[in-house]
Design a protein around this ligand. Structure first.
Ligand SMILES: [Fe+2]
Ligand SMILES: [Fe+2]
Length: 462
């Protein structure tokens, strides 16, 4: 299902833009057909601007994003949208931002500039120069990444998204009472472990990019990534990491037994709905134990499923008649689960917290968690976890792209806005760098809210 904003299906906005740009290649801008398409597009985009402010379309890899959210499109639209991405690439165009209400003339001029740019030496530069005359449309160049670096990162990104689609398939199977393969699930966990060994910080970054349409599946993988990374720091052997990763991946499996009307309810739960929702730990444990001859992984999962909302002081749910100390894996998954939920706009938090704010809140409520594991988690993510938006004393704004476990207040930061306030191409600065006098060259002044600044984390972290 495509995301909707103010009743408008996002896929349609891109499709209508693609049609305008396509028709502009064959007809004059004043052609009646082109004018009709321009009017249709204009109506949608102006409505969205009025409803939600700036509308920024980014092309990252093969995917389009509108205001940070991935645009999911149906197979019917794939031909026209693949064509649009080719036209963007041909012009080295990475993004178009519609910043204020537009007129028919604005779109006509934009269409003319876009069409003509394809025949210029530096298409992007000529387009950018010509567009300075239109207030309300801004463009940015396509980002290119070095090939070998790209391959390594691509493998890790593929493992992450494969894990997400695996959880999705498996959830569907469980919902329709089909058999599932525990062996395949463990293989998927194995690929996550390998990815963490290779590119842990990239995975932390990936888990910071929230996909609102497929929250549940991403959440399962994120909790598994964070749990395995903690397990690795504790020194768990691979077999134990697989067990922990597996239990984490399916900690919310009980939600497959909760009606979708409750799970996806956009407003607050009623008391009755909360009661149903709070049964998911128990239902998850039950479904795992019923799967087949329970092996140790399934038993571990059942325990984690049952305990992941209890909290270490048993103030959560379900309530136990004789409370016992939580299982070791449950304590790990509880922390990873709470962090990922807090940084997403679901159930616990209608407005998501920034990564650093979530860590701070967890430290303030440390009694809910195992204190040693929480300390380990905070050290692992650092004061500024990957995905945090920060302001440096140099006046630049950047996104934390790599934590620094040795010195958590000095991560690596990818600069996205220079001190004059211009958007820049993400030079990475290491905050441990010092000048000749031995002083740090740059420091973090404060963190900023990425949602307020409409920063597309996917663009900078992928
Ligand atoms: Fe849960
Ligand atoms: Fe969860």
């Amino acid at each position: 299902m495509n995301k909707k904003a103010n009743g408008i299906i996002i896929e349609d906005v891109l499709k209508k833009l693609a049609i305008v740009l396509k028709q502009g290649q064959f007809h004059d801008v004043d052609n009646a057909l082109v004018m009709t398409s321009i009017k249709v597009f204009l109506k949608l985009i102006n409505e969205l601007i009025e409803y939600d402010g700036i509308q920024k379309i980014d092309l990252i890899g093969d995917l389009f994003y509108l205001n940070n959210a991935r645009v999911k499109y149906s197979s019917k639209s794939s031909v026209i949208l693949d064509d649009l991405s080719r036209e963007f690439i041909k012009r080295d165009l990475g993004s178009v931002a519609f910043t204020s209400q537009l007129s028919i003339d604005d779109i006509k001029v934009f269409l003319k500039i876009f069409t003509e740019a394809a025949y210029q030496g530096d298409s992007f530069e000529s387009m950018k120069a010509s567009l300075t005359h239109i207030e309300g449309i801004e463009v940015d160049r396509l980002k290119h990444i070095k090939e070998e670096e790209k391959d390594k990162r691509r493998t890790v990104i593929t493992s992450y998204f494969n894990a997400v689609s695996f959880v999705k398939t498996l959830t569907t199977k469980l919902e329709s009472k089909e058999k599932i393969s525990v062996k395949t699930a463990k293989r998927v966990v194995g690929t996550i472990i390998d990815a963490i060994f290779n590119e842990e910080q990239l995975l932390f970054g990936l888990s910071a990019i929230k996909d609102f349409d497929e929250y549940t599946y991403h959440h399962c993988v994120n909790v598994s990534v964070l749990s395995i990374a903690m397990g690795q720091r504790i020194g768990l052997k691979r077999k134990a990491l697989v067990e922990l990763g597996f239990a984490a991946l399916f900690h919310d499996i009980g939600k497959t037994s909760i009606p979708n009307t409750i799970l996806n309810k956009p407003s607050d739960f009623t008391e009755e709905e909360w009661k149903v929702m709070k049964r998911h730990p128990y239902l998850g444990a039950l479904s795992m134990l019923r799967l087949k001859e329970p092996d140790t992984s399934l038993i571990s999962n059942a325990i984690v499923s049952m305990e992941h909302h209890m909290s270490s002081e048993h103030s959560g749910y379900p309530e136990m008649r004789n409370p016992m100390e939580l299982d070791f894996y449950s304590n790990i998954v509880t922390i990873a689960d709470r962090y990922d939920a807090m940084t997403s706009s679901r159930v616990y938090q209608r407005i998501p917290l920034s990564p650093d704010e979530a860590v701070r809140r967890m430290m303030e409520t440390s009694h809910f968690y195992d204190p040693r594991l929480l300390k380990l988690f905070v050290l692992m993510l650092g004061l500024y976890p990957a995905g945090s938006l920060v302001l440096l004393n140099s006046g630049e704004m950047g996104i934390v792209c790599e934590g620094n476990p040795q010195c958590t207040e000095r991560p690596k930061v990818s600069i996205i806005v220079d001190k004059e306030g211009n958007k820049v191409d993400g030079v990475t600065v290491d905050l441990t760098e010092r000048d000749h006098a031995g002083n740090y060259t740059k420091n973090i002044l404060k963190t900023l809210d990425p949602h307020k600044y409409k920063i597309n984390l996917a663009e900078h972290l992928l």
